[in-house]
Ligand binder design. Structure first.
Ligand code: NAD
Length: 296
């Protein structure tokens, strides 16, 4: 391996340390930042995410409010809860764990959250603010990627960035953030022609596809920085499973200048950025300055 390993686990610990510092200062002013997480149904993966989020929220000194609703919860009941959380002064961040059961309209539910408390950054107002370069709540996964890129490169200005994937959760906001940092941005997707060629021109590659090892090493320009967002569970020896990214890590790390591993790259940064967004929301709600180093 010749590439520098971008250690998301260590970086996330640093971000959480910064968050904890801000929480301490807020508590000294009599303010405790609070994050409410709403889980509808009993999806196993969502259960794990929600448990981890609650644990880390408490670890940084914030208040954690978990709301678990039955799988067959009706829209009006969920909307009622969101209204109460919107009005609750102890709640600065609200996260509705996705996916919701199919009978619930997630767009409607997300857009019912007070945009100032929308720590996932999925509310249509925050999407618009980000798209127009205004202060917003930024989706956690792309924010984590941006933080790692800024830390590694310093300035991103003028670099060619290719984002593979155009989802609302990762690809599109990632592209907006890179544009905001003056990269020349290409968004590639399932209909992109000559993807190998497009990727070979990139100084920065962000892969958010959801296919194990989709990006081979020979697509990577020598010295490029590779951020692997993919989380894919594959069969491993002995009937076990293991997590891999969207990039062929072994091959890409022989060519790239820097690369994030999976696991231990983008994943830990996502929860750290959720906590960062909650502190940001809390500071804004109280008319305090933006917490340094935690926003886009
Ligand atoms: P998604 O399924 O919504 O989007 C995938 C994107 O990949 C689509 O826009 C599609 O156009 C593109 N794509 C599919 N096939 C392609 C192809 N052959 N060539 C080029 N592009 C192609 O997925 P998502 O929610 O954006 O997530 C992507 C990956 O990131 C998944 O593995 C997911 O688990 C992971 N993820 C990780 C985190 C984290 O915290 N690390 C957070 C969110 C998502």
């Amino acid at each position: 391996m010749t590439a520098t390993l971008i250690d998301g686990k260590a970086f996330a610990a640093k971000v959480r340390g910064k968050v904890a510092g801000h929480v301490t200062r807020l508590k000294e002013m009599g303010i405790t930042p609070g994050l409410a997480v709403v889980l509808v149904g009993a999806d196993a993966a969502s259960e794990v995410y929600v448990r981890n989020k609650g644990k880390m929220t408490v670890e940084v000194g914030m208040a954690s409010f978990e709301h678990r609703l039955a799988e067959d919860t009706q829209e009006d009941e969920l909307m009622g809860l969101i209204d109460r959380l919107n009005a609750d002064p102890e709640v600065h961040g609200i996260l509705v764990q996705l996916p919701l059961p199919p009978h619930l309209n997630s767009d409607l539910v997300i857009n019912a959250i007070d945009p100032a408390k929308d720590v996932d950054g999925f509310h249509i107002l925050n999407v618009g603010l980000l798209g127009t370069g205004q202060r917003s709540m930024v989706p956690c996964t792309p924010l984590g990627c941006l933080m790692m890129l800024r830390d590694h490169h310093g300035s991103l200005s003028g670099l060619n960035a290719v984002v593979i994937g155009r989802s609302n959760i990762v690809g599109k906001p990632m592209a907006q953030l890179l544009l905001g940092d003056s990269c020349t941005v290409t968004i590639a997707h399932s209909r992109t022609k000559d993807l190998a060629d497009v990727v070979r021109r990139a100084d920065i590659v962000v892969a958010a596809v959801g296919r194990p090892g989709f990006v081979p090493g020979d697509w990577i320009k020598p010295g490029a920085t590779v951020i692997d967002v993919g989380i894919n569970r594959i069969e491993a020896e002995g009937g076990k499973t293991r997590l891999v990214g969207d990039v062929d890590f072994a091959a890409a790390s022989e060519v790239a200048g820097a690369i994030t591993p999976v696991p231990g790259g983008v994943g830990p940064m996502t929860i750290a950025c959720l906590l960062a967004n909650t502190v940001t929301a809390c500071c804004r709600a109280n008319g305090l300055p933006e917490p340094e180093g935690l926003t886009a």
